[in-house]
Write a protein that binds this ligand. Structure first.
Ligand SMILES: Cc1ncc(C[n+]2csc(CCOP(=O)(O)OP(=O)(O)O)c2C)c(N)n1
Ligand code: SF4
Length: 437
C-alpha cells in the first residue's frame, strides 16, 4: 500500500519481507498525512523489538524506550507537553505489552493524550520467537513448538476496563489508515491493536497460517471496543512551590585564581568519612575564587559501607561535562578508596600526581613511577601523607584536599577555610587546625 508521506522516509523499511510491521509504519504515515498534524508536532515513542527499529524512518521526533516502558515514557512526555496540539504515538510489540502491561492500564486510566499502537505478531520477534502474554492458545512458536497451553490476555478488553477513550482491534492487512487517523484524532488515550504475521518465526512454526484465521480461531475479534469522551488528563502546575534552583544561593567570587587550564581531581576514600562533603566544599571554594567547578559523586547504594569517591573539576573556563576518564590528581584516603580507584591509578599519566594515605600500604613498599606486586601501580608520582593520623578518620578527606591545595596553590586556602566556616559544619568544627601542614 505504498503512498508517499511526509512523515515516513521513502527508503526501504528495515523489516523482513512480508513483516506486518511494514504495513503498520505505512498506515501510520498515511493516517498522519490525513490527520493534518505537522511532523514537528508528532512524537513517536518506540519500544524495544523489531518494530522499534523504525525510528530512523520517521521524519518526526522519535524517542526509543526500554522494553515495556515506552508507554510510561510517553505518559511523561504527554503530561509534560500538556498540549492537545501535539500528537504522542507509542509503537510497542506484544512482548513489550506483556512486560509493561501496568503502564498501559495506568495511561488508559489517567487518560493521557496519546495513541498506543500494539504490534501483535503473537511472539517476541527480535529474540527469535518466544511466546508472549498475547499469544493465543495453541499458537506455536520456535521456542514452544508444542504450542501455548493457556489463554492469552486481551489487551483491548483490559484497556477498555481501565477507561481508555478509544480502543480498536484491526487485522493488519492492506490499507487500514482510516482507523489509525480516527484514533490519532480522538482526544485522550487511544489504543490500536494490529494483528500481524512474523514471516520469519510465526510462519515457520505454524506452516500455512493466515492472520484472518488466527483472529477468528482465537477469539481475537476485529472491532471497535470503545469510543468515549472522558475528560483528558490535564497536568496541574503547582505555582506555589519554589524551584530548587531559585532557592539556591549564588556563590559570589571574593578571591582570585591564577589557574590557566582545567584540573581534574579524584578524591577516593570510604563511605561515612565525609568524602562527598569535602569535595563539594572544595568545588564551592574554587567558585568563590572566580573559577568554574563541578563535583560528581560515586558510592554504592549501601551508602554507609564501602568506597566513596568524588570527581572534581576546577577550571578557568566553563565546564560542559562533569566527569573524566583519567584524573590529573588522585587523592586516596583509605583502603576502600584505593580498591575503587585502582583502574584510575593505573591509567594516570606520568605528569599526574597521586597522594595516598600512609595507612594503606607501608610506605617502604611504594615504588613511584613503577608497578610492583604489593604497592599501587601507576606511572604518576606518588606521595604519601598521614591524612588519617593527622585529621582522624572523619576528617581525612577534607584535610587531604586542604593539604593538596597548599601544595598546588590553585586558589587561596582562605577561600576553602571561609567556605568551611560558613557551612553548616562551621559551628561544630574548628577547621583552622586543618590548615597547618
Ligand atoms: C527488559 C528487557 N527484557 C528483555 C529484553 C530482550 N529483548 C529484546 S527484543 C525482545 C523481544 C521483543 O518482542 P516484541 O516486544 O514482541 O517486539 P517485536 O520484536 O516482535 O517487534 C526482547 C525480549 C530487553 N531488551 N529488555
Ligand atoms: S523477525 Fe519477524 S517481527 Fe522481526 S522484522 Fe522479521 S518478520 Fe518482522
Amino acid at each position: 500500500m505504498k503512498e508517499s508521506s511526509v512523515f515516513l522516509t521513502s527508503s526501504p523499511l528495515p523489516f523482513c519481507s512480508g513483516c506486518g510491521h511494514t504495513l503498520v509504519a505505512e498506515n501510520t504515515g498515511k493516517a498522519l498525512n490525513k490527520s493534518g498534524f505537522s511532523p514537528l508536532d508528532v512524537i513517536l515513542v518506540t519500544d524495544i523489538g523489531c518494530h522499534g527499529i523504525i525510528d530512523k524512518s520517521f521524519n518526526t521526533h522519535t524517542v526509543h524506550g526500554l522494553h515495556g516502558r515506552s508507554v510510561a515514557l510517553a505518559s511523561g512526555i504527554s503530561a509534560g507537553l500538556n498540549n492537545p496540539e501535539k500528537k504522542v504515538i507509542v509503537f510497542i510489540g506484544d512482548g513489550g505489552v506483556s512486560i509493561g502491561m501496568q503502564h498501559i492500564l495506568d495511561a488508559a486510566h489517567n487518560n493521557y493524550n496519546m495513541t498506543v499502537v500494539v504490534h501483535n505478531n503473537m511472539l517476541y520477534g527480535m529474540t527469535g520467537g518466544q511466546p508472549s502474554e498475547l499469544t493465543p492458545m495453541g499458537f506455536k512458536t520456535p521456542t514452544l513448538p508444542q504450542g501455548v497451553d493457556h489463554p492469552n490476555h486481551d489487551i483491548c478488553k483490559l484497556a477498555v476496563t481501565a477507561g481508555a477513550n478509544y480502543v480498536r482491534r484491526i487485522t493488519g492487512i492492506g490499507d487500514y489508515s482510516e482507523f489509525f487517523a480516527e484514533a490519532f484524532m480522538h482526544p485522550g488515550f487511544s489504543l490500536l491493536e494490529v494483528l500481524e504475521n512474523c514471516p520469519s518465526y510465526a510462519q515457520k512454526a505454524n506452516p500455512g497460517i493466515k492472520i484472518k484465521n488466527i483472529a477468528a480461531e482465537s477469539g481475537y475479534e476485529e472491532k471497535l471496543f470503545a469510543s468515549g469522551d472522558r475528560k483528558i488528563y490535564k497536568t496541574r502546575i503547582n505555582t506555589g512551590t519554589k524551584s530548587l534552583i531559585d532557592e539556591s544561593k549564588c556563590i559570589a567570587p571574593a578571591y582570585s585564581s591564577q589557574l590557566e587550564k582545567p584540573v581534574r581531581i579524584m578524591l577516593s576514600g570510604s563511605a561515612g568519612e565525609g568524602v562527598q562533603n569535602a569535595a563539594e566544599f572544595f568545588a564551592k571554594a574554587a567558585i568563590k575564587s572566580g573559577l568554574h567547578a563541578t563535583k560528581k559523586g560515586s558510592y554504592p547504594v549501601t551508602v554507609g559501607v564501602g568506597f566513596s569517591s568524588a570527581e572534581i573539576i576546577i577550571s578557568p573556563e566553563e565546564i560542559f561535562f562533569s566527569g573524566f576518564p583519567v584524573p590529573d590528581i588522585l587523592i586516596i584516603t583509605s583502603q576502600d578508596g584505593l580498591d575503587y580507584a585502582r583502574g584510575s591509578l593505573s591509567s594516570m599519566k606520568p605528569e599526574g600526581r597521586v597522594f595516598i594515605d600512609n595507612s594503606i600500604i607501608p610506605p617502604a613498599l611504594w615504588n613511584s613511577r613503577s608497578a610492583n606486586s604489593t604497592g599501587p601501580a601507576s606511572s604518576s608520582t606518588i606521595t604519601s601523607h598521614d591524612f588519617r593520623g593527622r585529621a582522624g578518620r572523619k576528617n581525612a578527606a577534607l584535610y587531604s584536599l586542604a593539604y593538596y591545595l597548599n601544595i598546588a596553590k590553585f586558589f587561596p586556602p582562605e577561600a576553602f577555610l571561609e567556605t568551611l566556616t560558613e557551612s553548616r559544619l562551621g559551628e561544630k568544627i574548628n577547621f583552622k587546625g586543618m590548615f597547618t601542614f
